[in-house]
Design a binder for this molecule. Structure first.
Ligand code: F6P
Length: 548
């Protein structure tokens, strides 16, 4: 990498894209009448079939976007990441989540360390632990096997594990269950612990830094719950608490036996960590063999990202499309709509991945960004979202590119006696992408006999862009592929914008202020006196109103 990022807005490709955007009148009806266009716009990465044909692009726009990738040296930036260069400049760290899923025995030395062997050594311990819990060899303090694994963590130490656990529930061993506590709102712990038997419950405290207020507070709360429930002292902790962290000294200081701690490294960002030991709860739930398949899925997309030619490189194309929509067509958000109930936490997971990564106003050299950066990612599973917010996507005034994700085979092939219900789900997937692309003209509305006065309300402009992603079924490997796809889309966008997609300074200020304000809530006069009028008034109101 050079001393400063390339300013994308100074490139020839940017100038060309601006030219193409001005007065651009997309016509998806015409484009989609051409089977050649659809064939050329359909790409494959691993098991993911990706149809890009319903996007607002033309061959010229694709050419200019690909030229932009060349001008900002995307390939060199990507290679620097995979090599372990310190591309996380503001934290002076390598960015090597891709090393977490390298094949055992492959070669990657960083700073004199054999990174792949380090990863494998931790995986072996995680797998041995998972096998012990699954087989019942791991016993709780009273000698009973574990039935419930509770992951305590927040952000990347929660969203990945909970999303993947939910997505892969059909693969979870019968008789085992995972729960997840993240929020410092004590309601979360109260509700997740409800009905659990301390004798058969095991906690995994997951925290990269082992300094996160929410996680340490919840860990203490759960320890108190456990010891009270068992009527035991600290000697019970080692049979019911394990930890995952990069800060193994802090794990020991917390009272967790270092033999029960699984490490990872500062070169794994929290939001990129589900495939590290942070995924231990998942490894227990689905077993080491399937966890290996999960890692294999990531690896398949890493290989694709590194080796596929740009015109077929799915994460690069999807990342470039996002740049096109954000910087040239004015999109401010991006919907992710899984037609799979199992992926109901996937949009929330992607929110951290994309928005913590690319929500930046300065570039990696400290200079201001030269264009808009990260868009708002959001979504809900189809078809639920259709009955909630799709109205705005179809007929609102904003451009909202949307990714539709579906699977050929259902996890549960149920029928209502007549209908294959999964086919109805997929019919909705296809209907929505078609309606968004084609819309409905005023003449078409009139031809249905609609009274003239309400014709405008029933017109759909169409030309609303979607990407359709379909895979054979939602296996551990396919989930790994989907996650890696979005990791590399996020990387591509950050690389174009010249930002450090791997720091997250924006979350620090609020954390510091919360610690400063906390004594004020308890009535500390000095802290209260320091507060601004609004904060002070809210604290006063709280102190008056709190009854228990
Ligand atoms: O909120 C910021 C953040 O640092 C995330 O990036 C991270 O995933 C989360 O907090 C949890 O951090 P930790 O794993 O260190 O507890």
């Amino acid at each position: 990498m050079g001393a400063a990022p390339v300013d994308p807005t100074t490139t020839e490709a940017w100038r060309r894209l601006a030219e193409l955007a001005s007065g651009f009148e997309p016509d998806l009806r015409r484009m989609l009448a051409d089977p050649e266009w659809v064939a050329r716009s359909t790409v494959q990465a691993g098991d993911l079939r990706v149809d890009l044909s319903k996007n607002l692009v033309t061959p010229e726009i694709w050419k200019a976007l690909q030229a932009l990738a060349a001008e900002i040296e995307l390939a060199a930036q990507r290679d620097a990441m995979f090599r372990g260069e310190h591309i996380n400049v503001t934290e002076d760290r390598a960015v090597l989540h891709t090393a977490l899923r390298r094949a055992a025995g492959s070669d990657l030395e960083v700073g004199g360390a054999d990174v792949v062997e380090q990863v494998q050594a931790v995986l072996r311990r995680v797998y041995a632990f998972a096998d012990d819990v699954r087989s019942g060899a791991w016993r709780g303090f009273t000698g009973q096997p574990i039935r419930t694994v509770v992951n305590i963590g927040i952000g990347g130490s929660d969203l990945g594990p909970v999303m993947a656990y939910e997505a892969l529930k059909p693969y979870v061993q019968a008789g085992l269950e995972c729960r997840f506590i993240s929020n410092i709102d004590p309601t979360d712990a109260a509700q997740e612990l409800a009905g659990l038997d301390p004798a058969t419950t095991l906690f995994i405290v997951s925290s990269k830094t082992f300094g996160t207020l929410e996680t340490l507070t919840n860990a203490r709360l759960c320890r108190a719950w456990l010891l009270e429930g068992l009527g035991a002292g600290d000697e019970a902790v080692s049979r019911h608490f394990v930890a995952v962290s990069t800060a193994l000294d802090k794990v020991a200081a917390f009272g967790i036996d270092p033999a029960n701690a699984f490490g990872f490294w500062d070169w794994v960002g929290g939001r990129y960590s589900v495939d590290s030991a942070i995924g231990t709860s998942l490894a227990v739930a689905i077993g080491p063999e399937r966890f290996e398949d999960f890692l294999g899925g990531f690896r398949a997309i890493d290989n694709h990202f590194v080796s596929a030619p740009i015109e077929q490189n799915v994460p690069v194309l999807m990342g470039l499309l996002n740049v096109w929509y954000t910087n040239f067509l004015g999109a401010q958000s991006h919907a992710v709509l899984p037609y799979s109930q199992l992926l109901h936490r996937f949009p929330a997971y992607l929110q951290q991945l994309t928005m913590e990564s690319n929500g930046k106003s300065v570039r990696w050299d400290g200079s201001p960004v030269t264009t808009d950066t990260g868009e708002v990612f959001w979504g809900e599973p189809g078809t639920n979202g259709q009955h909630a917010f799709y109205q705005l996507i179809h007929q609102g005034t904003r451009l909202i590119p949307a990714d539709f994700i579906g699977f050929a085979s259902p996890a549960y092939p149920l029928t209502d006696g007549e209908t294959d219900v999964h086919e109805l789900l997929l019919a909705n997937f296809l209907a929505q992408t078609k309606a968004l692309a084609f819309g409905k003209t005023a003449d078409e509305v009139r031809a249905e006999g609609t009274p003239e006065g309400i014709v405008p309300a029933r017109v759909f402009s169409g030309n609303r862009p979607t990407t359709s992603i379909m895979a054979p079924s939602l296996t551990p490997s396919v989930l790994g592929q989907l996650i890696a796809l979005y990791e590399h889309i996020t990387f591509t966008q950050g690389a174009v914008w010249g930002i450090d997609s791997f720091d997250q300074w924006g979350v620090e200020l609020g954390k510091q202020l919360a610690l400063q304000i906390a004594p004020g809530l308890a009535g500390d006069a000095a802290v209260l006196a320091e507060q601004d009028a609004s904060t002070r008034a809210m604290i006063d109101y709280y102190r008056e109103q709190r009854t228990r």
